[in-house]
Design a protein around this ligand. Structure first.
Ligand SMILES: Nc1ncnc2c1ncn2[C@@H]1O[C@H](/C=C/CNC(=O)c2cc([N+](=O)[O-])cc(O)c2O)[C@@H](O)[C@H]1O
Ligand SMILES: [Mg+2]
Length: 214
């Protein structure tokens, strides 16, 4: 039977990237998705904005919602200080299996905990199950209608502290209008839009960075 897009993306990594070299994994995926087959990775242009926010926050604890093939997982984990932890949630087991191999190829498995499951089920259990008090940085990149409910859930579960940073992909395309309205109008967030383009295209998209004020 025909391979899946995630399987073909992993193939491009194994063919073109050097084991243990996260930069080459990122380059191999971007080259494949720009020249052969589009895929919904945050990509190189928005990826540079992601990199700058990660470097600025210098987080000890990161939560990623929606691993997909692990492209942004690798981008974030490669910048983390030693002993920092990234928990990434992915509910499609087949996709999670690909992401594990991409993360391993980059040599970053020690910094990443990939959890198979739905964010709505896992967010309430993260504290006791993973010993995390609060997250310094959350990267939202899963189905767009979950951005808002999951943000409210993280607030309710006490996973955000004064200064926690939420960074949301695709706030223009495909868009997350209810989430955007919430973080931009709530007095509990200081929100800012980083204009960019949808990965590998000229279509406008961007990242919304929202600091939780407690
Ligand atoms: N509640 C949940 N818990 C755990 N994992 C979950 C989840 N909801 C979705 N996922 C997983 O996260 C990925 C979905 C990403 C949606 N992105 C997108 O739909 C998307 C679309 C475009 N686009 O259409 O141009 C561009 C982009 O950058 C995009 O991120 C999939 O791997 C899916 O299995
Ligand atoms: Mg995205």
């Amino acid at each position: 039977t025909r391979s899946t897009r995630p399987q073909r993306l992993l193939g491009a990594v194994q063919k073109n990237a050097t084991r243990g070299d996260p930069g080459s994994v990122i380059q191999a995926i971007d080259h494949y998705c720009r020249n052969k087959e589009w895929a919904m990775n945050v990509g190189d242009e928005k990826g540079c904005i992601l990199d700058s926010v990660v470097s600025e926050v210098n987080p000890a604890t990161v939560l990623e919602l929606g691993t997909y093939c692990g492209y942004s997982t690798v981008r974030i984990a490669r910048l983390l200080p030693p002993h920092a932890k990234l928990i990434t949630l992915e509910f499609n087991p087949a996709v999670a299996a690909i992401a594990r191999q991409v993360i391993a190829w980059a040599g970053l498995e020690d910094k990443v905990q990939l959890v198979e499951g739905a964010s709505g089920d896992f967010i309430p259990r993260i504290k006791e199950q993973f010993g995390v008090k609060t997250f310094d940085l959350v990267f939202l990149d899963h189905w767009k209608e979950y951005y808002l409910p999951d943000t409210k859930l993280m607030e309710e579960c006490g996973l955000l502290r004064k200064g926690s940073v939420l960074l949301a992909d695709n706030v223009v395309c495909p868009g997350a209008p209810d989430y955007l309205e919430y973080v931009r109008s709530s007095p509990r967030y200081e929100s800012r839009y980083f204009k960019s383009h949808l990965e590998y295209t000229k279509v406008e998209d961007g990242l919304e960075k929202s600091v939780f004020l407690g």
